[in-house]
Design a protein around this ligand. Structure first.
Ligand code: ZN
Length: 449
């Protein structure tokens, strides 16, 4: 399998440091707002990557951090007049709920930054000892020019960075390029004790403190959205390699591209900021996953009403096929293994999920065209769908027996007959949630999956 590595700007053959055991870390969210479609794109992609590696026989430890203290969280505390704990509980809760709904369930451990304060302090101490950090009256900073190789991930020289560097007037650092490791407390901010007084960690140091705790100074794969390459990931390299004196920090830097909405960059000010919750009101989670898998993960891609509608149609077709083989025994034979391998094979080429979707649609067309799925055919389809679902999470199934469904439809038709449309609508919506679609003609409702 080959995967693109941002550090070397090249496709690299995938090989684990410890054989089949893979240590993988992906930057999680800052919990200050509702998760949006950009989050869905990033986290669905890495969910599928972890699942595909597991499908290939790797044992993946998938670690994700949750940034639970940061400037944006403090701003939100003030805006909503809430305590720090309340903001963190609310928005991390929203995040986990959205992951569950989107079937992102491959992550082994979520590490909240503030649970790692001793490890963060330990790293900052070692950076000071190594002459790579210094204390001022408002915090502790990393001395960027002291670390040779700063800029190697984002492929820019330190001198080129200087012109773009901004100095916050509140910061008392020696060089505009230096970044903060520890911020001393200001009035009304959450704080923790440290050798430099009360305060809170900077953003970049939490990741290396967490990954060193679990994986040590060298691990297999670090992922995240491409807007994190600089300065976030660049600074992670400087911190960890500056502490350990070893390089590289990770063997594969994997970054997902930006998501536009109707060809415009998503931003709060443009009010085209689409939350996951909003999309899931109208479309199945499986449709969102199919949308993400239908685009190339590295480039900038576009979300549109049409693209999600198309994905919904594919999700429904998969569900329809799955329903036709419900109750059949899976058959693992040459045919079903070959069909599965054909669909998944493009993932070996830098996770080309786009091509995998093309092949899946071809499979759907062929199988839905079959008049009868008796004999071994149905069991083979069931095997393929099960394998595909383990990697992609796109087979929506209903476990409601047909008899029960018929009863529900009968009751709903009775409600429509007596003009109780509120009940009829609510039954339809709830069945839709369960993956069952009802379509009404003038006097009768029928079902399909
Ligand atoms: Zn991060």
């Amino acid at each position: 399998m080959q995967i693109y590595d941002t550090l070397t700007s090249s496709l690299k053959e995938f090989k684990g440091i410890n054989g089949k055991r893979i240590n993988m870390f992906v930057c999680g969210p800052t919990v200050n707002d509702r998760p949006h479609l950009g989050h869905a794109k990033t986290f669905i992609f890495f969910d599928v990557l972890a699942k595909y590696l597991r499908h290939k026989g790797y044992h993946v430890f998938f670690l994700m951090n949750i940034t639970d203290v940061e400037d944006k969280i403090i701003t939100k505390m003030r805006e909503e007049n809430l305590q720090w704990e309340e903001i963190v509980t609310r928005y991390s809760g929203e995040f986990f709920l959205n992951l569950k709904r989107l079937r992102i369930d491959s992550i082994n451990y979520f590490a909240f930054a503030t649970d790692f304060i001793p490890e963060i302090i330990g790293q900052i101490k070692r950076l000071i000892e190594n002459g790579l950090a210094y204390e001022t009256d408002d915090g502790v900073y990393f001395k960027v020019r002291k670390f040779k190789g700063y800029g190697k991930l984002s492929h820019q020289s330190v001198d080129a960075l200087v012109s773009g560097a901004r100095v916050d007037i509140n910061e008392r650092k020696e060089d505009p390029l230096d970044f903060v490791l520890w911020k001393k407390k200001k009035e009304g901010e959450p704080f923790w004790l440290s050798p430099w007084g009360e305060g809170r960690p900077g953003w970049h140091i939490e990741d290396t403190a967490i990954t060193e705790t679990f994986f040590g100074p060298h691990y297999d794969l670090h992922g995240g959205a491409s807007d994190l390459i600089f300065p976030h990931h660049e600074s992670e390299i400087a911190q960890m390699e500056g502490i350990s004196g070893k390089e590289p920090l990770v063997n594969y830097w994997v970054h997902t591209g930006h998501l536009n909405v109707e060809d415009v960059k998503m931003s709060k000010s443009l009010k085209n900021f689409i939350t996951i919750e909003e999309v899931l009101k109208h479309y199945w989670p499986e449709a969102v996953r199919i949308f993400v898998l239908s685009i190339q993960y590295r480039g900038t891609s576009n979300y549109s009403e049409k693209s999600i509608k198309d994905s919904q149609i594919i999700a429904e077709k998969i569900s329809l096929l799955h329903h036709r083989v419900l109750g059949m025994e899976q058959i693992e034979n040459e045919n079903s293994i070959m069909e599965t391998a054909k669909i998944l094979e493009p993932l070996d080429h830098d996770m080309n999920t786009q091509e995998a979707m093309v092949r899946l649609i071809d499979f759907l067309k062929r199988m839905l065209g079959e008049k009868s799925l008796q004999g071994s055919k149905g069991g083979e389809i069931k095997f393929v769908l099960d394998q595909i679902d383990q990697v992609f999470g796109i087979v929506r199934s209903t476990h409601i027996p047909n008899e029960a469904l018929n009863l529900i439809i009968k009751e709903r038709n009775a409600a429509r007959k007596r003009g109780d449309y509120a009940t009829a609508d609510s039954i339809r919506n709830e069945l839709n949630e369960l993956g069952v679609k009802i379509e009404d003609s003038s006097d009768i409702s029928f079902l399909w999956w």
